[in-house]
Design a protein around this ligand. Structure first.
Ligand SMILES: [Ca+2]
Ligand SMILES: [Ca+2]
Ligand SMILES: [Ca+2]
Ligand SMILES: [Ca+2]
Length: 463
C-alpha cells in the first residue's frame, strides 16, 4: 500500500511541474535558445512605445535592417518597426487592423500598408448594422507621419477588408479586394479604378466559401512581368495568375503538388526565372508550414522546399531574403522568425498574431531572394516524409507532444481557439491549464475520500 504522503508528494510534484511550464512559456517568452537574451514580453515591447526614442532599450535581437511587423486580433490592430539595433522604431495602433506592409517607393523608411476601421452609424448614414472604412495608408517610420492614399467605406465589418495592396508603378496600386471578390488596379493620384478582374468571371459560386460574406477571401496580389498579376484565393486553396488582357491563365494555377495541397494559404511570393524560379513561396496557413513550389519545364508545379517546426501555427507570411534566409510571420505561434539556409531559426521576435513581416532594404516580399532549388536551401519538417531536402526537427519532447496533440485536433478548432483567445494564452497554455485543473480536482477528490467528511443528500437530514 502506497502511503498517503507519497501520493501527496506525487500530486505536488506534478502541480509544480505544470505550473513551471506555464510560467516558463509566458515569462521566458517561448521555447528555443534563439533570442533568449531578449526576454522582452509582448507587453514590454508595447510599453516601449510610450518612451521617448532616446530612452528606448533594445527589445529584439539586432539584425542588419529594419523589420516591420503588422498584426491584428479582432478589433486590435498594431504596426511595429524594429530598428537594426533592436529598439522599437515605430508603433501605431490607431486602426482596428493592419495587414500587408510593403516598402514604399516614396522613401527608404516609408511603408505602404492596408488597414481598416469599424464605423458605426454615427459618422455617416450607414444602414448596415455596422460598416467598415478600408484604407491604403503610408507611414514615414522616422517622422511618424501617416497619410491615406486610397480609401472606401463598405457595408459589414469582418472579411470585407483589403488584406493586400502592391505598387504596380509609382502611381498605381493593385489591390486584393475581399469585398466583391476582385483584384483591381487604382490610380492613387486620381482615385479612379482603371482595371479589375472579378473571380466570378472564372469561378462558380458553388466553389469556395459562403457568398456573399467570404466567398473567395482574395487575400493577396502581386504584379508580375508583362502585366500579369498573381493572386491568392484563400477559400479556393489556389494561387492564380491573371493576365490583364486575357484573364485567368488556367495552366498556371497552383493548388500545391503531390501530397502537399494548399490549405487556406496567405501571401504567395513569386520568384522569377532570373532568381532561379519561376517559383512560389507561400505560407500554407491551415497546413502549419511554409511551402515552395518550382515551375518545371513541362509547365507543372513541383514542391521544392518545406519548412515547419513544432511551434509553427497558422503562418501568414514568408519572405525569401537576398542572403537565402526566410523571414516568417508565425501568427498563432506568436513570433516572427528568420530561418537560415540550413533550416535553423537564427532570429526571433515574440509578437502575437502577426500578419506580415517585412525587412526593409531587401526588396518587397521575396524580391531579390533566390529560389530554394537554385540556392540549394535545406528545408525542415517534423514528418521526414514531408521534408523536401531537410533534416528532422530538433524540437524537444514537450513541443513534439504538443505538436501531436494539436495535429490530432481539427485545424478549424485549433485556429478558431487562437482567434478568440487572448494573445497571452497559447494552445500550450490552455493544454497545461486544463491538465492543471484536472489534476487539482483529482487531488481534492482523493483528499476528500481520505477525510472524515462525507456527502449526503439534504433529504437525509429530515429523517
Ligand atoms: Ca503588398
Ligand atoms: Ca502582395
Ligand atoms: Ca511574403
Ligand atoms: Ca513580407
Amino acid at each position: 500500500m502506497v502511503s498517503r504522503t507519497a501520493v501527496r508528494m506525487l500530486f505536488l510534484a506534478a502541480v509544480l511541474l505544470l505550473g513551471a511550464v506555464l510560467v516558463g512559456t509566458n515569462v521566458v517568452g517561448g521555447s528555443g535558445s534563439d533570442g533568449d537574451e531578449y526576454p522582452a514580453s509582448y507587453g514590454a515591447i508595447q510599453r516601449q512605445a510610450d518612451l521617448p526614442m532616446a530612452e528606448r532599450e533594445p527589445v529584439v535581437p539586432p539584425r542588419n535592417g529594419t523589420t516591420v511587423v503588422s498584426s491584428h486580433l479582432n478589433a486590435e490592430g498594431e504596426l511595429f518597426a524594429f530598428a537594426p539595433n533592436g529598439t522599437l522604431l515605430y508603433y501605431d495602433d490607431a486602426n482596428d487592423g493592419y495587414w500587408d506592409v510593403d516598402p514604399s517607393p516614396h522613401g527608404d523608411r516609408t511603408v505602404t500598408y492596408t488597414a481598416a476601421d469599424r464605423i458605426g452609424g454615427g459618422s455617416f448614414n450607414c444602414r448596415n448594422p455596422v460598416c467598415i472604412r478600408v484604407k491604403i495608408e503610408e507611414a514615414n517610420l522616422t517622422t511618424g507621419e501617416t497619410s491615406v492614399l486610397f480609401s472606401r467605406a463598405y457595408p459589414g465589418y469582418r472579411d470585407h477588408e483589403w488584406h493586400d495592396a502592391d505598387w504596380v508603378n509609382d502611381t498605381h496600386l493593385a489591390v486584393a479586394g475581399i469585398y466583391k471578390d476582385r483584384i483591381f488596379v487604382v490610380n492613387a493620384t486620381s482615385g479612379l479604378i482603371e482595371w479589375q478582374w472579378e473571380a466570378q468571371s472564372h469561378y462558380d459560386l458553388s466553389e469556395g466559401g459562403a457568398y456573399p460574406q467570404d466567398w473567395t477571401h482574395l487575400n493577396d496580389v502581386e504584379p508580375l512581368e508583362r502585366g500579369r498579376i498573381m493572386a491568392s484565393l484563400r477559400r479556393m486553396d489556389e494561387v492564380v495568375f491573371v493576365d490583364r488582357e486575357g484573364g485567368l491563365q488556367e495552366d498556371w494555377t497552383l493548388e500545391g503538388a503531390g501530397n502537399l495541397t494548399l490549405q487556406g494559404q496567405h501571401n504567395p511570393d513569386y520568384i522569377p526565372a532570373e532568381a532561379g524560379g519561376p517559383a512560389v513561396l507561400v505560407a500554407d496557413s491551415d497546413g502549419d508550414r511554409i511551402l515552395e513550389f518550382q515551375r518545371s519545364d513541362d509547365a507543372s508545379w513541383e514542391r521544392s522546399w518545406v519548412w515547419q517546426d513544432t511551434r509553427l501555427q497558422w503562418p501568414r507570411d514568408a519572405d525569401r531574403l537576398p542572403n537565402g534566409n526566410t523571414l516568417v510571420a508565425d501568427t498563432h505561434g506568436n513570433r516572427v522568425i528568420e530561418v537560415n539556409e540550413t533550416g535553423a531559426v537564427v532570429w526571433r521576435v515574440g509578437i502575437g498574431t502577426a500578419y506580415e513581416a517585412e525587412r526593409l532594404g531587401t526588396g518587397d516580399e521575396s524580391t531579390g531572394g533566390p529560389a530554394a532549388a537554385a540556392a540549394d536551401l535545406d528545408g525542415r519538417g517534423v514528418d521526414a516524409e514531408q521534408t523536401a531536402n531537410g533534416s528532422q526537427s530538433g524540437d524537444g519532447p514537450a513541443s513534439r507532444l504538443l505538436f501531436e496533440v494539436r495535429n490530432a485536433l481539427p485545424p478549424l478548432l485549433v485556429n478558431g481557439w487562437a482567434v478568440v483567445a487572448p494573445k497571452w494564452l497559447s494552445l500550450l497554455d490552455l493544454f497545461v491549464l486544463v491538465s492543471l485543473l484536472g489534476l487539482a480536482t483529482l487531488w481534492a477528490v482523493v483528499e476528500f475520500r481520505w477525510s472524515d467528511y462525507y456527502l449526503r443528500s439534504p433529504l437525509d437530514r429530515r429523517e
